[in-house]
Ligand binder design. Structure first.
Ligand code: UD1
Ligand code: MG
Length: 455
């Protein structure tokens, strides 16, 4: 019978070599914090209430990031070693079943590897190992003449002969929980660092007659841990490469994929083309048959199908309806809803604006706190004056309105359906449906004025 799985994630370390105010596990790769990657991985084998994250440095900040995941945390106030960290998790973790140990700073482990590790449901324990060309710094796996795992020796404590061993300890294990907890207090600090080494558990279990198995990992890259920002960049690049590869295989065309940044949660449907230098961030969702132009940045954007985003547009927290066109150099700042077949042209900024189906703002406009009806045309240079220095006000424009170029709409104001605004107007009052609104001085021509002035 399979036992339930719990996971303890060690994430209390300071990360001195990051040289950062931010705790190491809150640095980001692939668009997520390191610890979130590991928690999501843990979620593939365990229920949230059976996941315990051991926090220490920046504990409150780490807890805040983890709050939405519903996992437990345990605090390790002093970092006395990996064995001590696991001990700190004991009261929060299940006493029975199988328990995997993961590291908060090693986010590349795949769900397939973890599934295989816990799938063994070992009698005592399985340690994940790897064969490295350069094993320097890692704990080494000691094997007895029969090939059974006899113990793990840390690099610092290893003899020269032991340092020749290329099979290393990943630090990732699956334990039979009852046996781990029965022996965890036996770990001492008799080593050069004076720390409680979790690795000692292997020998302690063996002395009690329980053998640990080893599972050798095929791709040691999955173990890459992060100690410096150089390693952070490497891990980030691996996440980016995984994501763009996955998207291309699912039917997305990319020009120069190595220049494209896509966060892990982003979705893009088939036959969409991403030009070079595109960044798709956060929870962005893009439909099929779109083209996202070079250098465009979309963060938490929802884009329907057949949308054309011309180069260098920035779209944040906004929705774009099917068949619409945006940019180049458009900025959709926050909470905009753009309908279907709408056009937003160059140097147009939208903020909290609802632009109707087939509506157009093709050049040089600021539309903030506005509702703009279907098929309305907003001329070049139109500005909604939504801010009086203290409060923001709403502009409401009905369907089929024509707003002449360089109009200034002083909110709060309403332009009713099918009204027409003369170019260069300053509109401060409601314009009734079907009316022409003119808000500017009348032109006067003075015949012969130039000659008189010169004479
Ligand atoms: C550990 C293993 C080593 C293995 C290596 C793989 C031990 C004694 N050694 O060494 O055999 O080859 O990982 O990367 O376990 N942590 C805490 N609290 C602590 C100490 C550590 O939460 O008191 C966390 C760290 O934040 C980190 C993880 O545990 O996420 C591993 O600690 P680290 O100090 O990096 O162990 P290594 O020396 O790399
Ligand atoms: Mg380490």
């Amino acid at each position: 019978m399979t036992t339930p799985v719990s996971v303890v994630i060690l994430a209390a370390g300071m990360g001195t070599r990051m040289r950062s105010k931010t705790p190491k596990v809150l640095h980001r790769a692939g668009g997520l914090t390191l610890v979130e990657h590991v928690v999501r991985l843990a979620r593939t084998v365990a229920e949230p209430e059976n996941i315990v994250v051991v926090v220490g440095h920046g504990a409150d900040d780490v807890r805040a990031v983890l709050a939405p995941y519903g996992v437990r945390t345990a605090e390790q106030t002093e970092q006395l070693g990996t064995g001590h960290a696991v001990r700190c998790a004991r009261s929060a973790a299940p006493a029975t079943g199988h328990l995997a140990i993961l590291y908060g700073d090693a986010p590349l482990l795949t769900a397939a590897t973890l599934a295989a590790l816990v799938g063994d449901r070992p009698e005592t324990a399985t340690v994940l190992t790897a064969i490295l060309d350069d094993p320097t710094g890692y704990g080494r796996i000691l094997r007895d003449p029969e090939g059974h795992v006899a113990g793990i020796v840390e690099h610092k404590a290893a003899t020269n002969a032991q340092r020749e061993i290329r099979e290393i300890n990943s630090g990732i294990y699956c334990f039979r929980a009852e046996k781990l907890w029965a022996h965890i207090d036996d770990i001492g600090t008799n080593n050069p660092a004076g720390e409680f080494y979790l690795t000692d558990i292997v020998e302690l279990l063996r002395a009690a007659g329980h053998l640990t198995q080893a599972r050798i990992l095929a791709d040691p890259d999955e173990l890459l841990g992060i100690n410096t920002r150089v390693e952070l960049a490497k891990v980030d690049a691996i996440f980016r490469a995984r994501k763009v590869t996955e998207l291309m295989l699912s039917g997305v065309t990319m020009e120069k994929p190595e220049t494209i940044t896509v966060d892990v949660d982003v979705t893009v449907e088939a036959d969409t083309i991403l030009e070079s230098g595109v960044r798709l961030l956060g929870q962005t969702q893009i439909g099929g048959d779109c083209r996202i132009g070079a250098g465009s940045i979309l963060a938490n954007a929802t884009v329907a199908s057949n949308v054309l985003v011309h180069p260098y547009s920035v779209i944040e927290d906004s929705q774009i309806g099917a068949g619409s066109r945006v940019g180049p150099f458009a900025r959709l700042r926050m909470h905009n809803v753009v309908g279907e077949n709408a056009h937003i042209g160059n140097f147009v900024e939208l903020k909290k604006t609802h632009l109707g189906n087939g509506a157009k703002a093709n050049h040089l406009a600021y539309l903030g706190d506005a509702v703009i009806g279907d098929r309305t045309n907003v001329g070049a240079g139109t500005i909604t004056c939504n801010y009086d220095g203290v409060h923001k006000h709403q502009t409401t424009i009905g369907e089929g309105v024509f707003v002449g170029s360089n109009s200034t709409l002083v909110a709060p104001v309403t332009l009713e359906a099918s009204s027409y605004i003369a170019a260069g107007s300053v509109i401060t009052e409601q314009v009734p449906g079907g009316a022409l609104g003119i808000g500017r001085g009348r032109q006067i021509n003075k015949p012969g004025w130039v000659a008189k002035k010169k004479g």
